[in-house]
Design a protein around this ligand. Structure first.
Ligand SMILES: Cc1ncc(COP(=O)(O)O)c(C=O)c1O
Length: 377
């Protein structure tokens, strides 16, 4: 593993003085007469989609039963069952993605068991040990190109763990991120191959779907097919236009019962659940969630195409969703950042590696402004 000094958010934003909230210093790209700069820092920087805001206003009337016994949460469940083609699923609204993952995993493993995920997985790298804290169990990092678990060799790893019982934690869950942390997607056949391994060893499968809308849009597949064989899905809303809303979707009905206790004990059962459910229901109305995912994906492709038409730029991974990993000449990158565009250096992928993330809010004007400032930098 290469050693490096991480370039902090402050370094990467160059001449802008850090006053606590870098993003608050950005010009409003929607205001007239203001130079357009693009925010490719994260899909979490996007505003709440107007349909979500409208849905919040709509449910903000009268009294409603608390703790998920309200009509909006019931409607969300009905809609989820239709979308994922599973009449038995149950969706539990939660406030954020890390907790959603931790809840899902804690329903599937005991403290002496383990979760196999890719080394780059958010659960392994970006949740400050929350999954271990929630479950008491162990995460086992695996390799594979493009942040996708390579099914080859997992069988042997599981067999050797089981053969070393009780000294090695018992593998119990395979967790996949869809789309992945490197902007790639698991194809349906990839998921089927992993499910076959899970079946062979009596394991569960978890999907971190913080960006499932991007994956569904990219694969062009029926959402039911994308989650086939998954026991619990962490359904993402926040990166795709929600204010703060995700759902633990229990697709395997045998896991539903005790989940309510786990949900409550982790402090993730919203008393006014209607406000979380309404956000997700708004996204799931019609195909809005997939349309928003498709817009973000299309803008990532536009950015890729524009950048690859220039000299000196390397594409690190195929762009299959809304994240782009490229190498850029450092001086050019710094100059574009200085012009007000936002994106992160990604030193894990190399000294001159950068991550650019699009969202449902990204427009062709954002992409064009970035590309033209890049050319002139
Ligand atoms: C792959 C993935 N999973 C889960 C999450 C959820 O994180 P949070 O707890 O910040 O909502 C994120 C957010 O960056 C993510 O990228």
């Amino acid at each position: 593993m290469r050693s490096y000094r991480p370039r902090s958010i402050i370094d990467s934003f160059g001449p802008i003085a850090y006053t606590g909230n870098v993003f608050s210093r950005l010009p409003d790209v929607r205001a007239p007469n203001v130079k357009v700069t693009a925010n490719f820092a994260s899909d979490n920087t996007a505003a709440v989609h107007p349909a979500v805001m409208a849905a919040l206003a709509d449910v903000n009337t009268g009294n409603a039963a608390a703790y998920g016994h309200d009509e909006t949460t019931e409607a969300l469940n009905i809609r989820m069952r239709a979308v994922f083609g599973n009449p038995d699923l149950r969706a539990f609204p939660v406030f954020n993605g890390s907790a959603c993952n931790g809840l899902a995993l804690s329903r599937m493993i005991r403290p002496y068991e383990s979760v196999l995920s890719h080394r780059q997985a958010h659960i392994n790298n970006d949740e400050c040990g929350l999954p271990e804290f929630f479950t008491g169990g162990k995460l086992v990092p695996l390799d594979g190109p493009g942040a996708k678990i390579d099914p080859d060799g997992i069988g042997r790893l599981i067999e050797s763990s089981l053969g070393h019982s009780p000294h090695t934690s018992r593998p119990k869950v395979i967790s996949v991120t869809q789309s992945t942390e490197l902007g790639t997607t698991y194809k349906l056949e990839d998921l089927r191959a992993l499910r076959a391994i899970a079946d062979r060893f009596g394991m569960f499968m978890h999907m971190d779907g913080a960006r499932i809308a991007n994956a569904v849009a990219s694969l062009g597949a029926d959402p039911a097919e994308v989650v086939r064989g998954i026991d619990i899905l962490s359904f993402g809303g926040t990166k795709n236009g929600a204010m703060l809303a995700e759902a633990a979707v229990i697709l395997n009905p045998a896991l539903i019962d005790d989940f309510a206790y786990i949900h409550k004990r982790a402090g993730q059962l919203p008393s006014k659940a209607r406000y979380v459910s309404a956000q997700l229901l708004a996204l799931l109305t019609g195909d809005l969630w997939i349309e928003l995912g498709a817009q973000a994906n299309a803008m990532a492709r536009a950015l890729r195409n524009g950048l690859l038409a220039m000299d000196g730029i390397g594409l690190l991974y195929p762009v299959e969703a809304n994240e782009l990993f490229v190498t850029l000449p450092r001086a050019k990158a710094d100059a574009v950042l200085a012009k007000g565009h936002r994106f992160y250096p990604w030193p894990n992928e190399g000294d001159d590696a950068y991550r650019l993330v699009t969202s449902y809010m990204t427009t062709q004007a954002d992409v064009d402004a970035f590309l033209s400032d890049y050319v002139n930098a």
